[in-house]
Design a binder for this molecule. Structure first.
Ligand SMILES: C[S@@+](CC[C@H](N)C(=O)[O-])C[C@H]1O[C@@H](n2cnc3c(N)ncnc32)[C@H](O)[C@@H]1O
Length: 249
C-alpha cells in the first residue's frame, strides 16, 4: 500500500495544508517566482490532496491539472480541494502525457519523492515533454543539508537527518505534527548541483534556487520572531527553470 494512504491524506488536508508557511510563504514564493499566472494552464505534479492546485487557482490560473500516483490523496483532493478550474488525474507522473503542453509546471515535493537520481531524471523529462517551449517550471523542495541540530518544529515539522555531509539519494525523515497526529515521511536528498545538472541536461535553462520568502502579511499575523529561523536557516527552496527552445538545445 502507498505510504500516502487515507490516514495520511486526511492528516494532510486537515493539518499540513493549514500550517503557516503553507498558508503564506509557499504561495507568496510561487507568486514571486512565476509572476502573473492569470489565465495560464498549470500542471501540478504530485499534487497530493490539492494544496498547491488550490494555490494556483487562487492565484488566478485559467486551468490546473493535478497529477498524483496515490488514489487516496487524489480522492481527498476531489472531495474538498475542488475549484471549477481544477482537474485531478491519478497516475504515475513519470508516465503522464498531457493532451497538449501546459504553460507552467509546479510541484511541491516531487523532487524528494524520487528515490534515485535516475527517477529524478524521469520526473524532469516528464516536466519537459508536458511544458510548452519557454514554459516555466517551479518546484518547492526540501534541501535540509546543514540543518543538523536546527529546530524547525515551530513550523510544524522536524527532520531526522543522517550524520555528516549529505549525499545524493540519502534518505531522511520528515515528521509533520498535525493535531497531535504525526505524519512520518521518508524522503530523498539531492544536492543543488545534481538538481541543476539534471535540469540542464534535460532541456531546461536559467536554473535558480530561491529560499521560501515570507510576505509582510505573514510577519504581521505571527509573533515577531516566528519566521526568523525559516529565513536565517532555510530548508525549503523553490528551484525554477525555463524550457529551452529546440534551437537552444
Ligand atoms: C509530500 S506529498 C506532497 C503533496 C503535495 N504536493 C503537497 O505539497 O501538499 C508527496 C506526494 O507525491 C506523490 N507521488 C510520489 N511519487 C509519485 C509519482 N511517481 N507520480 C505522482 N505522484 C507521486 C505522493 O502520492 C504524494 O501525494
Amino acid at each position: 500500500m502507498s505510504l500516502y494512504d487515507a490516514r495520511v491524506a486526511s492528516a494532510y488536508k486537515t493539518g499540513v495544508s493549514l500550517l503557516p508557511w503553507r498558508r503564506w510563504a509557499e504561495p507568496w514564493t510561487y507568486h514571486q517566482v512565476l509572476g502573473d499566472i492569470a489565465g495560464k494552464d498549470i500542471l501540478d505534479a504530485a499534487c497530493g490532496v490539492g494544496v498547491v492546485s488550490l494555490m494556483m487557482a487562487d492565484l488566478g490560473a485559467g486551468s490546473v491539472t493535478g497529477v498524483d500516483i496515490s488514489s487516496a490523496m487524489i480522492d481527498r483532493a476531489k472531495l474538498d480541494s475542488t475549484a471549477p478550474v481544477i482537474n485531478y488525474i491519478n497516475c504515475d507522473f513519470s508516465d503522464y502525457q498531457a493532451a497538449s503542453p501546459h504553460d507552467i509546471a509546479v510541484s511541491s515535493f516531487i523532487v524528494n519523492e524520487a528515490e534515485t537520481v535516475e527517477q529524478l531524471g524521469l520526473f524532469v523529462r516528464a516536466f519537459h515533454r508536458n511544458l510548452k517551449v519557454k514554459g516555466k517550471l517551479a518546484l518547492v523542495l526540501d534541501i535540509p543539508d546543514r540543518l543538523q541540530g536546527v529546530d524547525h518544529s515551530s513550523y510544524g515539522y522536524r527532520f531526522s537527518l543522517p550524520e555528516g555531509r549529505m549525499k545524493d539519494e540519502d534518505r531522511f525523515k520528515l515528521y509533520i505534527d498535525v493535531d497531535k497526529s504525526l505524519v512520518e515521511l521518508e524522503l530523498s536528498y539531492f544536492s543543488y548541483s545534481t538538481i541543476r545538472n539534471i535540469l540542464e541536461e534535460n532541456g531546461f535553462q536559467e536554473v535558480a534556487f530561491t529560499p521560501l520568502m515570507v510576505p509582510e502579511e505573514a510577519h504581521r499575523a505571527m509573533p515577531s520572531d516566528y519566521w526568523d529561523m525559516m529565513i536565517c536557516r532555510p530548508g525549503l527552496f523553490v528551484v525554477s527553470a525555463i524550457k529551452m527552445s529546440k534551437s537552444q538545445l
